[in-house]
Ligand binder design. Structure first.
Ligand code: SF4
Length: 81
């Protein structure tokens, strides 16, 4: 059964589904030192790079909205340059 959180805002009843994410994968970089032909990255048009500290800090801050979070997994490719 889906749970909801509600609050009043300027006389309007705001009803939002309760956030219940339990696991998150965070990739700090879109770079990879391999070149697999079937890689989904072959369709990317943006340049490869690393997550900014500002974005990382925002993710960590937003995780506070998920009190039932159990696992935060960092995806880091070994030997990524
Ligand atoms: S991201 Fe994964 S699939 Fe893509 S090139 Fe790197 S190792 Fe291969």
């Amino acid at each position: 059964m889906k749970e909801y959180i509600f609050h009043m805002d300027a006389g309007n009843l705001i009803l939002k589904p309760k956030l219940d994410m339990k696991k998150i994968y965070i990739e700090l970089s879109s770079r990879c030192n391999l070149d697999c032909p079937m890689c989904f990255k072959n369709t990317f048009t943006d340049p490869e790079g690393f997550m900014t500290k500002k974005t990382f800090d925002k993710i960590i801050e937003d995780l506070r909205n998920f009190p039932e979070m159990e696992h935060v997994i960092f995806g880091v490719l070994e030997n990524a340059q």
